[in-house]
Design a protein around this ligand. Structure first.
Ligand SMILES: [Zn+2]
Length: 795
């Protein structure tokens, strides 16, 4: 929910609560420094222990000094990190270019509006520069990237020689000088929210990622180099197979391989270090399948994208990054015209809905390894249809968010000007349509598809996740239009806000449904202001209308009902009497030992929490009324000593609740005998989108669509459960695995088995989840499982 839709007093209250209770949690909207951007307040920092790395607090002043003493550099602040630190974009080019940056961007925009015209312009008009984007140290403790980026900026800012002139004349260098300021300051991989930013590009839950996406969509850089460490010999992409079919991989690899060789050659010339190129040198294990990585995501915007892994942690690592980037810039300066022509060809193919092209034989001949060429192309549908209307849309809130997400990612979205029908369903005027004949069809498809199950391909080893799908994991209804149906549409630049309503007439109470994350946020907002909110533990009937398990009920105060309808887009029903068997809710005191996804989602939904460690548990932190519920995905039972175990037992006996998630949180509960049952796990890296049967009458999966989806990463499922354990969700029978890589899913025996279960033990509620409801803050459809489990425990 955007801040502007929350009333001012509410916001103040929320901020006070956040400030009081979130402790170590960093607010995403803090700006640490006011005044000019280069006035950075020094703070304690963890520098590299291998060389004198530039401190974050020194970067702003250094960039300012360069900007004021060189007419080739301009610096912009493109956003703030999760911890509130500035993100700097240095734009480096020949001085005369700065008056014409708008013109260069206009050429870039022509690529998308009329790619053929842009190709003609490129052929005729020699005086153009191509943007090259350098992303420095997205992993905060991989220090050399930032120092190499600054060395690069300084060299181009001050030196005069033929190489520098060539580069400045042909390139607009865009340097994201420190992609992860929080990580650099703290000497760690992740940002202040604990997220690995180089896994966030398909989700964009973090402000650093969104800032980078804005630059990529604005400039469509032709080359993107992402500076990491540490692989020896230096690793320079392109990747091993499988290559995602939503790229125009033949055009990418045609230049990416030569560009990598140019980097390798310059690296050797400047430093004597060797390089390895996965596409050429490895059989498997370093794939570019999921668009979660910065350079892979950038490929959908037409970039030749490369991860560079410098070999050394010291000054030699800085020199290696600098040399490789320098080699790339020289190569681009020499070949920009043909390279940019092929970049535009990506957009032209999309624009004209042309078929993709497999990797040509002459490139396959340059590697001895199978590139799984049959996986590199796909047949795009004519369109994706996203209904907005509540009668056709399972989740109007997430549908609107998905439309806005597509648009923010430079995907063109339209709305229909007339009704139409597809596969027997009639869609009203105003339905969203994503036509696939558009320049960035690859990005559109990778967001909107269901993904592929590549589990059974022999010889593949996957590096990270292998399955994703925004509609399936955000719970959004969408249809696929295989062949084009004639229907008039008009382009849009934002989704319609979700329309709520409040039923008129006399009311003894108001009810709203738990079917969106907005309903959870609204509930916690009301609770934080001291408003009474009830939750129905059972279905109930009012005036011949049935309301399901988990329905929220508030007192008959029309102003509150209006607020839910207008500010949260909820449908609010007038009840003729106060239902019986309601559980009064309150904001519970939550102890959390969990990954960044759980913590992010709790915050996003408006829950307050305290992080606890195994040491805290052993010191008895759970007892003494400190907490109502313990959410665990990271502490194993073996980490508890005798005191920790008895403190846990006392906590549960006193009515405390336990929510265990995944391959650590579930076994913890079984070992602690919080719930008796047997479970199985597949290997830790198996992952993907699974089809799930939810029980809408169950309080944890309250009013979920029966047949929908979830995400697993190292899946856990139950094989036997003691009497009294209730099943909220189970994997579908048969072919439950939709997309991703889980080698043994067919023979695992997991089909049809419970994957979310719970039981009441006295006043305690024990909930175990074998799917990953909050994985990297992505699967918004399952965030509510966590909220519902918390509320259920308040019974
Ligand atoms: Zn890295």
């Amino acid at each position: 929910m955007s801040a502007k839709r929350i009333s001012f007093p509410v916001l103040i209250v929320c901020l006070i609560f956040l400030a009081l209770f979130t402790g170590g949690v960093t607010s995403a909207s803090t700006t640490r420094d006011s005044g000019p951007w280069w006035k950075t307040t020094p703070e304690p920092e963890v520098p590299s222990s291998y060389y004198r790395s530039i401190l974050y607090s020194e970067i702003g002043p250094r960039l300012r000094e360069i900007e004021t003493t060189s007419n080739r550099v301009r610096v912009e602040v493109i956003g703030q990190s999760a911890g509130g630190r500035n993100l700097f974009l240095a734009i480096v080019s020949a001085p005369e270019a700065f008056g014409r940056l708008g013109q260069y961007q206009a050429i870039r925009q022509t690529m998308l509006k009329d790619p053929e015209k842009a190709q003609e312009m490129i052929d005729r008009f020699g005086d153009f520069k191509v943007p090259v984007f350098i992303n420095a140290s997205i992993h905060g403790n991989e220090y050399p990237g930032v120092d190499a980026a600054i060395r690069l900026i300084e060299k181009l800012a001050y030196e005069d020689n033929e190489e520098v002139r060539q580069i400045l004349e042909n390139v607009i260098l865009l340097v994201n000088v420190v992609q992860n300021p929080d990580g650099r300051v703290m000497g760690r991989r992740t940002n202040a929210n604990g997220f690995d930013l180089n896994r966030d590009f398909i989700t964009q839950s973090q402000p650093e990622t969104r800032a980078t996406v804005r630059v990529l969509t604005e400039w469509n850089p032709m080359v993107v180099l992402d500076l990491h460490g540490f692989v020896d010999p230096m690793l320079i992409e392109p990747c091993t197979p499988p290559h995602n079919p939503n790229y125009e991989y033949d055009l990418y690899i045609k230049w990416a391989l030569d560009l990598a060789r140019a980097m390798e050659a310059e690296l050797f010339a400047q430093t004597g270090f060797k390089a390895q190129i996965p596409f050429r040198d490895f059989p498997e294990g370093w794939d570019d399948w999921p668009p979660i990585f910065a350079p892979m995501y950038a490929m959908y915007h037409g970039a030749y994208g490369h991860t560079l892994e410098t070999p050394y942690r010291d000054e030699r690592g800085v020199a290696a990054h600098f040399a490789a980037v320098w080699g790339a810039l020289k190569f681009v300066a020499a070949h920009r015209q043909e390279m940019v022509r092929d970049q535009i060809e990506i957009f032209r193919r999309g624009f004209l809905a042309m078929p993709q092209v497999a990797i040509p034989d002459e490139i396959l001949a340059q590697t001895p390894y199978n590139q799984y060429n049959e996986l590199t192309t796909i047949e795009f549908p004519a369109a994706y249809v996203i209904p907005a209307d509540a009668s056709l849309q399972a989740n109007p809130h997430e549908a609107a968010r998905l439309v806005d997400f597509l648009i923010a990612n430079d995907v063109q979205v339209a709305q229909t000007a007339e009704p139409f029908s597809l596969d027997g369903t009639s869609y009203p005027k105003g339905t969203y349509i994503v036509w696939m004949d558009q320049p960035k069809r690859g990005l559109a498809n990778t967001i909107l598809w269901s993904g592929w199950d590549i589990s059974t391909r022999p010889g593949l080893t996957m590096y990270d996740i292998s399955g994703w799908s925004h509609p399936l994991l955000w719970g959004v209804s969408r249809a696929i239009m295989t062949d084009r149906i004639p229907v008039r549409t008009y382009p849009i630049n934002r989704a319609d806000p979700v329309q709520g309503f409040r039923e008129g007439g006399a009311a003894k109470a108001y009810a709203y449904l738990p079917t969106s994350n907005a309903a959870i946020r609204a509930t916690n907002d009301l609770l934080s202001r001291g408003v009474t909110v009830y939750r129905a533990h059972q279905p109930f009937v009012d005036s011949n209308r049935a309301f399901g398990t988990g329905t929220f009920v508030i007192p008959a105060i029309p102003a509150l009902a209006n607020e839910l309808a207008n500010q949260y887009g909820l449908r609010v029903y007038a009840l003729s009497r106060m239902p019986r068997d309601l559980i009064p809710l309150r904001l519970p005191k939550i102890a959390v030992a969990a990954d960044e996804g759980v913590r992010f989602v709790l915050k996003e939904l408006g829950f307050l929490y305290t992080e606890v460690t195994a040491g805290d548990l052993n010191a008895g932190i759970l007892t003494g009324g400190n907490f109502d519920v313990f959410i665990n995905s990271t502490i194993s039972y073996g980490a508890l000593n005798v005191q920790g175990q008895s403190s846990l037992t006392a906590f549960i006996a006193g009515g405390g609740d336990y929510i265990g998630i995944g391959r650590t949180g579930v076994p913890f509960a079984i070992s602690a005998k919080l719930l008796s049952g047997t479970y199985r796990m597949s290997t830790a890296r198996d992952n993907g989108v699974v089809q799930v049967i939810y029980n809408p009458q169950d309080p944890i999966s309250a009013q979920y669509p029966v047949l929908s989806h979830g995400f697993v990463y190292g899946p856990v499922w139950f094989t036997a459960l003691e009497p009294g354990v209730e099943v909220s969700a189970r994997l579908s029978e048969g072919a439950f695995f939709v997309s991703g890589f889980w080698r043994s899913w067919e023979t695992s025996g997991a089909a049809g088995q419970p994957i979310v279960v719970h039981r009441s033990a006295g006043a305690a509620e024990i909930t175990l989840m074998g799917l990953n409801p909050t994985f990297r803050a992505h699967p918004a459809h399952t965030f509510r499982l966590l909220a519902n489990a918390i509320y259920t425990g308040l019974r």
